[in-house]
Write a protein that binds this ligand. Structure first.
Ligand SMILES: [Zn+2]
Ligand SMILES: [Zn+2]
Length: 413
């Protein structure tokens, strides 16, 4: 079983055959491994290859995506609120359902599966998540994960692509409108990405990103709308952008709102916060103080009953089906200790209550978590370090904590 398989749970007969067939092809390029990736011998993915007309990424963002997207999307809102479309509220409901399918592709797929490897998914689930994520038009998975792994490792520094220390607007959308800070590219080299670069599903997405994006973000939702809510094509086209900007800003709020407004129950020195209201809209990604402390927890939260955490319900469903395995969570004890040690105190009076409601079977041991983080094939712990301290009996306890603890700049605040 190849490296990508062990990491992602991908695999299967036809995939394995394809890999063997391509072994000969890549052996000839083995000496230039730094510029090649993947078992298919593709060139290492660069944004330049993905960007239309080889424009700088931020120019492309502004003029091809964000500006036309907002103009047309806001016009779509206008049509809905002035009742100029048939069944406007049903149409909006469909937009939200399709939009959240893309959102879960981002949260359960790009974020929890591929960036943080908080669970494993078989190939069909990976393909489903990849297609859902493509419909959100938030870059190919590999680029998204690279930005997010850097964000976790260098939170609130110039190497953080959406550095919240540069203000609310920069972390929300400003970072997409200007060239990347040179520190991002510099620190990129310290981020292990081989697990994603060797993943055939993600490789496929990069290679066919444009047709996949046209299919999932335009053809499918527009066709469904044409059938369900017939109206002039231009109106449907604008309404499709309405869905996109709603979801884009919701996602962006995790980088902006969830680094500014809320409580810090787990780490009072982190800029990341827990924000209950935002959690409703982000299908579970706004328990962000927790997430920055325990990035490999597949629930990104310790709260029971899927508290506004549809992404966790999605993963649990596929775990029940058998497509998702090795779901990682942090033990209640480790969370409690972390809260007492570094939290702002806001979570402590709730915590006992939560701990009782949580079923024992959902918890995995600390040992499993440690093993996976520290014995990964990248040879280095991804954005994690061991925080050792003793319990009452004098035993050493290992907690997984975010490395950003030591890297937060004093500029915030
Ligand atoms: Zn964050
Ligand atoms: Zn994360």
């Amino acid at each position: 079983m190849c490296y990508a398989d062990t990491l992602t749970g991908a695999g299967g007969g036809s995939g394995a055959e394809t890999r063997i067939r391509n072994k000969d092809e890549i052996s000839s390029t083995e000496n230039s491994t730094s510029s090649e990736f993947g078992e298919f011998g593709l060139k290492k993915f660069t944004m330049r290859e993905f960007v239309p007309f080889h424009l700088p990424m931020h120019v492309c963002n502004i003029f091809l995506f964000l500006l036309p997207g907002h103009v047309l999307g806001i016009y779509g809102f206008y049509l809905i609120f002035t009742g100029q479309t048939p069944y406007p509220w049903w149409n909006l409901l469909f937009s939200l359902i399709y939009g959240y399918a893309g959102g879960i592709g981002v949260t359960a797929g790009t974020h929890r599966l591929w960036t943080h490897r908080s669970y494993k998914a078989n190939t069909p689930l990976q393909v489903l998540l990849m297609l859902m994520q493509t419909s959100s038009l938030q870059y190919p998975v590999i680029k998204w994960c690279r930005d997010h792994r850097i964000h976790h490792k260098y939170t609130d520094t110039n190497a953080d692509p959406h550095n919240a220390a540069r203000g609310f607007w920069f972390s929300h959308m400003g970072w997409l409108l200007e060239p990347e800070h040179p520190d991002v590219a510099k620190k990129e080299k310290t981020i292990p990405m081989q697990d994603l670069e060797n993943n055939p599903v993600l490789e496929f997405q990069v290679r066919y990103y444009l047709p996949l994006a046209i299919l999932t973000a335009f053809v499918i939702p527009i066709s469904i709308t044409m059938i369900l809510f017939p109206q002039p094509f231009f109106n449907i086209f604008c309404g499709n952008y309405t869905r996109w900007i709603m979801m884009l800003h919701t996602s962006a709020c995790v980088n902006s709102v969830a680094h500014f407004f809320g409580s810090r129950p787990y780490d009072k020195d982190s800029s990341a916060v827990d924000n209950k209201i935002l959690a409703i809209f982000t299908v579970g990604e706004a328990w962000h103080n927790f997430h920055h402390c325990f990035p490999t927890d597949y629930k990104t939260s310790e709260l029971p009953f899927y508290s506004f955490n549809l992404s966790t319900a999605f993963i649990d469903f596929f775990a029940w089906v058998g497509w998702a395995t090795d779901l990682k969570t942090v033990s209640k004890e480790a969370i409690q200790r972390r809260m007492e040690r570094t939290g702002d105190g806001s979570g402590l009076h709730h915590h006992h209550h939560y701990a009782i409601e949580e079923s024992e079977s959902e918890l995995s041991s600390d040992e499993n978590l440690d093993e996976d983080v520290f014995n990964n094939n990248n040879g280095e712990a991804m954005s994690k370090m061991v925080d050792e301290h003793g319990d009452q009996e004098g035993n050493i306890i290992k907690n997984i904590v975010s490395i950003n603890k030591g890297l937060v700049l004093p500029t915030r605040g």
